[in-house]
Ligand binder design. Structure first.
Ligand code: 8NA
Ligand code: MG
Ligand code: MG
Ligand code: MG
Length: 352
């Protein structure tokens, strides 16, 4: 039982790194520009007999995920100031990782700050509306691992850790959705076929609770409404089509769910990639669900590193580390650190 969980923790964090490293070269490209044949060859080559080549570098997604894990491990729990300080330190140590501009501004303010309120700089962004980018969601993976025994505490830590850089309700709820999706995957047996409809209806039920709470205790802007539940409903329609044998074009996914840096237009997309990848996808030749998830996520274009990283985290939490091709791991920077962080988190929570 505990060995299975340890394996899933590694699977989650390692697949998140693979999605970031493998997706980064395609970030910002349109899906039409990404040839499915070339992408198939890219993965085949990386999975094939090991060959020496420069490592694919990780980006901000992995830098920040690593930092979230380090803070939770170091403190043995969540501490906003420790996490904020570590984000800032990591950014100034290694700034050229493709961070979003808004986040860079937040780090500059955090570094110069004169108060202990580490949430203030994020709240001031975008004229006070805060960032709705996917930066909270892209780094959330260590939270559902660390807090997997307590759902309520998990949501609390997910929200607080996101608020350090993203205070817009869409940025926060995107991180919560990604967190819940990983949490659900951790609880499932990968030897049994995944119940796609149940996975989605569970997500929708939990998100509707979150979105109802958000709207009632925040009278100033209730415009967020049930944006994520609506996205999940749109996702269901696409998945139903797929299960009914009706082809789904990349253009349709892009138009319905989106592939942008906005959390609302990338987190549901990542979940969709994972769920669709439970079954074969045209032009993707592999039996491996983690690879199919990553390859499909990248093929959709847009914010490829982040969507593949988020989709990968969910897929890896479901399938476990043993499902991940060893050769691919050697081509990606940051895999050893992800394994070590997963093992440390596992030993902390099993020891308690
Ligand atoms: P962020 O907080 O800077 O948000 C990303 C972008 O979303 C911002 O730069 C704005 O353009 C826009 N945005 C967010 N909130 C608002 C708002 N309230 N009003 C108007 N515009 C808004 O950064 P983040 O950490 O959320 O972003 C993560 C993404 O940035 C990841 O994809 C990551 O890989 C990185 N990144 C993405 C690209 C890309 O073009 N796909 C390029 C470089 C870096
Ligand atoms: Mg294409
Ligand atoms: Mg990135
Ligand atoms: Mg990105």
């Amino acid at each position: 039982e505990t060995a299975i969980l340890a394996n899933k923790f590694r699977g989650c964090l390692v697949s998140a790194v693979l999605g970031d490293c493998l997706g980064a070269p395609y970030e910002g490209e349109e899906s039409e520009e990404i040839s499915k044949v070339v992408l198939q060859k890219y993965f085949d080559k990386l999975e094939g007999p090991y060959f020496k080549s420069p490592q694919k570098m990780y980006t901000d997604d992995t830098s920040m995920t690593k930092t979230v894990a380090e803070s939770l491990i170091h403190i043995g729990g969540f501490d906003a100031k420790d996490m904020a300080d570590r984000f800032v330190k990591e950014f100034y140590k290694d700034p050229r990782r493709g961070y979003g501009q808004n986040v860079i501004d937040v780090f500059a303010k955090l570094r110069k700050r004169t108060t202990d309120d580490v949430f203030l700089p994020a709240q001031e962004q975008f004229g006070g509306s805060g960032s709705y980018g996917n930066g909270g969601a892209m780094r959330i993976a260590p939270v559902p691992l660390f807090c997997h025994k307590s759902y309520d505490n998990m949501l609390h830590v997910a929200k607080q850790s996101t608020l350090i850089t993203h205070s817009n309700v869409l940025g926060i709820n995107g991180a919560l959705l990604q967190c819940i999706a990983i949490h659900q995957s951790l609880a499932l047996n990968p030897d049994e076929p995944l119940d796609v409809k149940k996975f989605s209806s569970d997500l929708k039920r939990k998100m509707s609770v979150i979105e109802e709470t958000e709207t009632s205790d925040d009278d100033s802007d209730s415009e967020a409404g049930n944006a994520y539940v609506e996205q999940l409903e749109a996702m269901d329609k696409l998945l139903e089509k797929d299960l009914g044998g009706i082809p789904i074009s990349d253009e349709e996914v892009e138009r319905t769910l989106g592939t942008s840096v906005a959390a609302l237009h990338s987190v549901p997309t990542a979940i969709f990639c994972f769920l669709r990848a439970q079954n074969p996808i045209p032009d993707i030749k592999t039996d491996n669900i983690v690879r199919r998830t990553l390859q499909y996520a990248i093929s959709l274009g847009g914010d490829t590193d982040t969507i593949a990283s988020m989709a990968g985290a969910i897929a890896g939490a479901f399938c476990g580390y043993e499902a991940i091709n060893e050769n691919v791991q050697k081509h990606c920077e940051g895999v050893e650190e992800a394994i070590s962080a997963a093992d440390k988190i596992h030993s902390i929570i099993e020891g308690s």
